[in-house]
Design a protein. Sequence first.
Length: 69
Amino acid sequence: MDVARAFGDLAQDDVAVAMLLDAERQAPQLVRHNVKVREMIRTIYKRAPATKGGRHSDMMNFAERCRAV
């Protein structure tokens, strides 16, 4: 999660989200209930361009699971 946060700070959002999704597969409760992850997901979500069906679907689903949006 810390490395994903570093990528998020560098605005490499795709890499950060991929790392967080991998971390979620290994420890879902730890990732979903982490305050810093939630803050990072909100930031990435705000930077993500809106698409036809809303934000990027993987990102939106993850944000909802983390209760970040």
